[in-house]
Structure formats: C-alpha cells, structure tokens
Ligand binder design. Structure first.
Ligand code: ADQ
Length: 532
C-alpha cells in the first residue's frame, strides 16, 4: 500500500511543497515566499520596541543598526502592512515608513504609555520578574507593587490598538494575513484580542527567551498560570529550541493536568474560556551570514575598526595586540562575572598570556531603571578593575571595556580580527553574537568559545562548548582551543558558516510564517502538514 502523502492538502503552489523553506537565502527569496503564501495580504507585527528611532528634522527617523527587527522591517517595507509598538522615541503616534521605489512600505502605529505605567510594565514586571524567572535567576526577582497590574494594562492597551487597526473601516483598516506578536513583554496581547470578540486572522507569537523547567514540588509563582493561559490564546507559539518548547509543554501539563493533550503537532487545552488548539513550534532564530561576511572585510568598517583597536592599545600585528572579543548588553544573564573569572583562571594557568591576550568587552548598559541591573554593572566594573590591577603589564590592561553600542559594520571586522570570541551566557534563548562571530570569521581560524547554556549551542553542531559555571574548566578549554592546529579551527568555522547559510534569519522568518499564512490562504482551515 502506498504511504499516505505527508502533505495532505495545502492549496500551496507546487514550488513550496517539496521543501518550502530550504532554498531561502536572502530577503528577495523571503518576499517571494511570502507573496506565494499570502498573495497581497499584508502582515501585522506587534513588538515592545519600535523598529525606528525618531530623529525629527528632514531626516525624520533612523533605523537602529541590524538585528532581527531590521529583517522584519525589510519584509514589511516590501509586502506592506502595519507595525504596532510601544513608543520609545519622540515624534508623532503614526509614522509612514516608505519602502524602496515600487514597494508599498508600511505604517508604524506607536503607542504612547504614561511613564509610571511603562515603568511597572517594563522595568517592573517584564524585566524585574519575567526575565529573571525565565533565566533561572530567581534571586534577582524584584517585583514592585502593581507591576503585574501594569503589565496587564499595557498588554490590554496594545491589544486595543491592534483591534482598532483591524476595525478602522475600509480606508484605514487592515486585513492582515496574520498577526505576529513578539516576546515576553506581550504574552497577554492575544488573549485580550480574543476577549474583544469577532473573527481574527491567525495569531502567531514568538518567545525569544528560554523557558525554564517547572519547579518540582514548589508551588508555581502566582502569575505563571495567567501568562501561560495568555500564550494559549495564540494559534502558534514559537520557541528557539526543542528544550524550551518541551519545557513549555511540561508547564502547561503541570498547570492544566488532564485538561491538556498534545499529539506531537497540536496542543489542545480546555481553558475557562473554551478549548484552545495551537501549534507550539521550534524555530531557532539566526542572522544574515552573508551580510556579516561582507561587512567583516569591507574597508569602510575595517579602517575605523583598526583605529579603534589602536586607541584601545590593541593594535593588530603588535605583540600586545591579541584579544578575545565579547559583545553583550550589560545583563547578568550574559555571564560577565563568570567571564572575568575565566580570564583570571587563564592568566593564572599561563602568566605569559598577560601582556599578549586581552579581553575586549563591548558592553552597552541596559535596563538601568531595574535595580538588579545597576548593581550588576557596578559589580562588573569592580571586578574588571581588580583584574586590571592584578595582571597589568606596563600600559597594557587585560580587560578593555567599551560601554557603548557599535554599528555592525564596525563589529564585524572586530570579530574578524580577534583571536577568538567568548560567549559566557548563563542562560540564553539563542545568542546571535555567536552566529555573527562565526559569519564574520569567513575563512578565518579564530575559535568561538560558546556557553553550553545558549540556544545556539543546543542547535548547532561541532562548536567548542564551555560552561561559565566552571571557569577553571572553561579556561582550560579556551587555552586548548587557542593552541589547536589552525587548519582544524578553520575547518570548524567553515562548517559552522555553511550551517548558518542554510539556517539563516530569512528562513527563520519563513518557517514562522508558513503555517499561519497557509492557514489564511485556505480561509481558516488548517490543512497544511509539514513534509516529513
Ligand atoms: P539579546 O539578549 O539581546 O536577545 P543576542 O541574541 O546576543 O541577545 O542579540 C544581541 C544583539 O545585539 C546582537 O545582534 C548583537 O550584535 C547586538 N549587540 C549587543 N551588544 C552590542 C553592542 N555593544 N553594539 C552593537 N550591537 C550589539 C534576545 C534573547 C536572545 C535571542 C535574541 C533573538 O535574549 O537569546 O537570541 O533575543 O531572539
């Protein structure tokens, strides 16, 4: 008997049936893919942060450097649609973002939230409670009074803004092929939209950060049921890795017991507001490796990178110019203290490295309205100074810190010129820095030393893994990696780059869009099954 077809009935063009996303390499492929699935239906994206920075004057606004939001921005410019975000720069509530000539561009609806409410939502609940909880840092949780109420209220207002944009009548209203909501700050938006009633396009959500394992025996935090139930309102909830997706499922089962069931594709849960059916998917996020490769050798970025290194006392080609690079927001989950301990162990084990191999940490401050972050930044500064006092050699310092953001055009050559990259996150949804470094090496042999607690370590093979919780062991792995035959290191980097080119950020987007949009294209019937 013939095997049943793995694609049941999709209504999708033939070109998308065999392997719909494997051939996607760049923005043009993604736009074509979107059009084949959604036709002229626009896309509606909802995020906490806006994709542009208001400048005013003739220039009006600027695009922040690179990153995932700029990939989504480029798609929206081409296919048209709307982006709803909390306003974090000046200017009007509504901005028309133009596309290239001939492309529709999109409308950015910015939601102004009073500062006290924003404080409770962002610093209070999102980054004072959810972030530390899901990064297994319960000791850093600090929940100001009314933070949960502020979180609910901001989610409600964002949902209201989305509903308004669906209702605005023929002229201003939008009929999107799907609505794509992002990250832990906005978990309740889908539920609030469903409470408004009426038919909705498919609602997709992407959870960018880790999901922690349910705490055996201990009662769950009182808000967890609410956040999980909020997520059940979406038709698709995407996670970075299987581990995080499976932990989410475990959490659902721990909270809902026999009212939940999972058939390997669809999760069904009998909630107080009815039975919810959704697809919890695994979509590891990525970068545009060709773009980083190109930037890493572009003289326009290379020349300023060389002069920046000279200013830092790390002039390439000089005996004291070697450096390991790290690039992260100043966040405790990125393991700054663990990294300093690793460097300390490295110098203790091999004192000849002092004077020859520094740590260049590029670390812009972040979330300074949260006390845990302010205290952490102070502690990192104290520890960096102590290491500098102990291992200084003349004018040479072991730790060079740049506390600011650098444009990716400058970051890429800095990655390329380094002796290696240290990623020491104690927990990380994915970690894009690791992927940017690998893409920028392009034929180079500098190794990536990657924390095994990152999504990148869980989803890519053949990388040198370290454990920031064990700096002595990690320092030995780093020393071995640095002295490994250059050809072996180069081969490892090449293999990683090939993997990244296949699993790039455009493909990540396509995989997120595939199921919800194919559902729209069949007018509400979920008929698509991924090829096995
Ligand atoms: P982040 O926690 O911010 O992201 P990461 O994935 O490393 O962590 O992305 C950081 C981005 O900011 C990178 O593109 C990096 O180049 C850039 N960046 C960091 N410091 C910079 C600096 N000094 N100057 C310029 N650019 C800098 C969250 C989750 C991650 C997940 C991403 C995407 O915490 O786990 O990988 O979202 O889903």
């Amino acid at each position: 008997m013939a095997a049943p077809p793995s694609v049941l009935h999709t209504g999708l063009p033939e070109s998308l049936l065999s392997d719909p996303v494997a051939a996607i390499r760049g923005p043009g492929d993604l736009v074509r893919f979107y059009r084949e699935l959604a036709g002229s239906a626009p896309l509606l994206v909802v995020t906490n942060r806006e994709p542009v920075v208001w400048k005013g004057g003739a220039e009006r606004f600027a695009l922040p450097p690179g990153g995932v939001s700029q990939t989504i921005h480029r798609l929206l410019c081409q296919v048209g649609g709307r982006w709803i975000a909390l306003r974090d720069s000046g200017g009007p509530d509504l901005l028309r973002i133009p596309g290239e000539p001939g492309a529709p561009g999109y409308r950015l609806d910015r939601l102004e939230v009073p500062s006290a409410l924003m404080e409770g939502h962002y610093a209070g609940f999102s980054n004072g409670v959810l972030w530390p909880f899901f990064h297994d840092e319960e000791g850093r949780i600090g929940e100001p009074p009314n933070a949960l109420a502020a979180y609910r209220e901001v989610n409600r207002r964002v949902a209201g803004k989305v509903m308004d944009s669906l209702r605005e009548g023929a002229s201003g209203g939008i009929r999107p092929g799907m609505i794509w909501v992002h990250d832990y700050q906005l978990a309740l938006v889908g539920q609030e939209m469903r409470r408004s009633g009426g038919a909705l396009p498919p609602l997709a959500f992407f959870w960018h950060i880790p999901w922690s394992a349910p705490v055996g025996g201990a009662p769950p935090p009182r808000w967890l049921f609410e956040v999980v139930t909020g997520l059940l309102s979406y038709d698709q909830v995407g996670f970075q890795t299987e581990l995080y997706r499976d932990r989410f499922l475990e959490t659902v089962f721990s909270l809902y017991g026999s009212r939940a069931s999972w058939d390997g594709e669809t999760l069904s849960v009998a909630t107080a507001s009815g039975v919810r059916r959704l697809h919890p998917g695994v979509f590891p996020i990525s970068v545009d490796p060709d773009h980083f490769r190109m930037m890493s050798r572009d003289p326009a970025g290379m020349l300023p990178a060389l002069s920046l290194l000279s200013d830092c006392g790390l002039a390439p080609g000089t005996p004291s110019g070697g450096y390991l690079i790290s690039v992260d927001r100043m966040d405790y989950s990125k393991g700054f203290l663990e990294r300093l301990s690793l460097m300390e162990a490295l110098y203790e084990n091999d004192p000849s490295l002092a004077g020859r191999l520094a740590l260049l940490q590029i670390a812009p401050p972040t979330r300074l309205s949260v006390e845990a972050y302010r205290r952490y930044a102070e502690e990192v500064e104290r520890r960096s100074e102590a290491l500098n006092r102990r291992f200084a050699r003349g004018a040479w310092r072991p730790v060079v810190t740049l506390s600011r953001s650098l444009d990716p055009s400058l970051l890429a050559p800095l990655y390329r010129l380094s002796r290696g990259c240290l990623v020491t996150a104690t927990r990380d949804g994915m970690n894009l820095v690791a992927k940017e470094f690998l893409a920028s090496q392009d034929g180079g042999s500098a190794p990536l030393f990657l924390s095994r607690h990152t999504g990148t370590a869980m989803t890519m093979e053949g990388l040198s893994l370290i454990d920031p919780a064990d700096p002595a062991l990690s320092a030995r792995i780093v020393a071995q990696g640095l002295s490994m035959d250059g050809r072996i290191r180069e081969r490892k980097n090449r293999q990683a780059l090939a993997d990244l080119r296949e699993h790039n950020v455009y493909r990540w987007m396509a995989e997120n869009l595939l199921r919800p949009l194919s559902r729209t294209s069949k007018e509400g019937a979920l008929l698509f099954a991924r090829p096995s």
